[in-house]
Write a protein that binds this ligand. Structure first.
Ligand SMILES: [Zn+2]
Length: 456
């Protein structure tokens, strides 16, 4: 507390920043929204995109952006209400009461159990408030544009499976973190960081081999021309390819994708939807893979990881400085200083820094996309990659009239036109294997994870 007994207004600062950031983002969103009303295709798009696909993409984009505005407004309001009604301290107190129902001897010294109950309650609140949006997004918007392949049963299954996976991985991680904080002492920041490094590598290891197969089926790619093509592409680059899989992305959506995984032996994963959309055009799939292999050859993943871990080191150091800040707890309505609450409050206070970092990461990612495109181009796949980019863009009804500011702020990938320009490719009037009623993935479905972030 200050000399006059006043507590620094952390809560008010966090709330003010949040409102300012959301207002800024809303301005960008409205700029993009206005672009979706345009009835006329940009000259660069003409001959590239069929007229009716353009109109459909515009309508779809507008509907998604309106949905986003409502969802954001709801979440921000809920967040502010939670801050100012001291909902978090209330849930913390409630957690103790829930524990005592199960076992009356529990008291506030049982902080680990209380932490687990607290996280459980928060998880449930998060899922429940998100369900109406998720339902509307998948079963109204996606359905209307022919994208949805989720059934009600699959939706419930994903929800339950997501809960189980979060509990199995999250709870031990939370308990581990609790001990790190409890025993950290002077070197808390260092142990904290090492804990995250270990956790990151562990997740990298088990995500593709253990978690992803829970949500999707991985089938080895059948023998044939495509497999031979991929193998010779990988051989030529000395890429340590172990196996090629096809994943049933179409179970939920028709969002198409391809990615690589494996720390040492590498695997290539192709979405069945990617194969479907490019049927009869294996060379386009090879173009996409050339781009993906470019990310590998140029060590993009390793560089991104190095940046992420350095960032984490800085955050850990910062956290070490604040973890004992009693005013921070008081400002948010807490009488004591539980470890998990300290972590949550720290992440709230750290939000401004994170949003700046997010911008920098997007910028870096866009540079890597250009570099990987250039790599594919150097392998003589310029036109094939360009055709694949156009096909994917059209099939997914992606943004065909992007606002430059909105796109620079939000996108980890350059726009299609920017990429085609950089490639120097103009695939006009190409043979489009339109799988009508192309379906796009729910951006919120459980399987969306690192895999999709590595997309293209
Ligand atoms: Zn890429």
């Amino acid at each position: 507390m200050g000399a006059d007994g006043a507590v620094f207004p952390y809560l008010q600062c966090v709330a003010a920043f949040r409102v300012a950031l959301e207002a800024f983002e809303l301005v960008l969103t409205l700029r993009q929204r206005r672009n979706f009303f345009s009835k006329k295709m940009r000259p660069e798009m003409e001959g590239l995109v069929p007229e009716e696909k353009f109109q459909k993409a515009q309508a779809y984009g507008k509907e998604k952006i309106d949905y986003g505005i409502v969802e954001t407004a709801f979440n921000v309001t809920l967040n502010l209400v939670f801050y100012f009604t001291y909902f978090m301290p209330y849930v913390w107190d409630l957690s103790l009461k829930i524990m005592q129902v199960a076992k009356p001897e529990f008291d506030s010294s049982n902080e680990i159990v209380r932490t687990i109950v607290f996280c459980g309650v928060n998880y449930v609140v998060g899922v429940v408030t998100g369900i109406p949006f998720s339902l509307y997004f998948n079963f109204v918007i996606q359905e209307k544009y022919g994208f949805n392949r989720l059934t009600g049963l699959q939706f419930v299954k994903d929800l339950l499976l997501g809960g189980v996976v979060s509990a199995v991985i999250g709870l031990p991680a939370i308990v581990g973190l609790w001990y790190v904080i409890e025993w950290g002492g002077e070197f808390l920041w260092l142990y904290f960081w090492l804990f995250f490094v270990a956790l990151t590598f562990f997740l990298q290891l088990i995500y593709p081999t253990v978690i992803a197969p829970l949500f999707n089926k991985f089938t080895p790619l059948e023998d044939g021309k495509l497999k031979d093509g991929i193998n010779s592409l990988a051989d030529g680059m000395k890429f340590p390819l172990k196996k090629i899989y096809v994943i049933d992305g179409s179970k939920r959506s028709n969002h198409s994708n391809a990615y690589l995984f494996g720390l040492f032996d590498k695997r290539i994963v192709l979405y069945d939807t990617l194969l479907e959309q490019n049927e009869g055009h294996d060379e386009r799939i090879l173009g996409v893979l050339c781009h993906e292999l470019g990310h590998w050859a140029l060590s993009h993943l390793r560089k991104t990881m190095a940046v992420a871990l350095s960032h984490m080191l800085f955050i850990s150091w910062l956290y070490g400085k604040t973890s004992q800040n009693v005013e921070m707890f008081q400002s948010f309505g807490f009488k004591d200083t539980p470890h998990i609450i300290g972590l949550l409050l720290f992440s709230e206070i750290n939000a401004p820094l994170e949003s700046i970092l997010g911008l920098a990461m997007n910028w870096m990612s866009r540079r890597y996309e250009y570099q990987a495109d250039k790599f594919a181009s150097g392998m003589n796949y310029t036109n094939e990659l360009a055709e694949a980019l156009v096909t994917l863009h059209i099939e997914n009804l992606s943004n065909m009239n992007p606002d430059p500011f909105y796109s620079a702020y939000h996108n980890s990938h350059p726009t299609m036109i920017e990429r085609l320009e950089a490639l120097g490719a103009k695939p006009r009037n190409m043979d489009l294997k339109t799988v009508t009623g192309a379906k796009e993935t729910s951006t919120e479905s459980a399987e969306k994870s690192q895999a999709e972030k590595k997309e293209n």
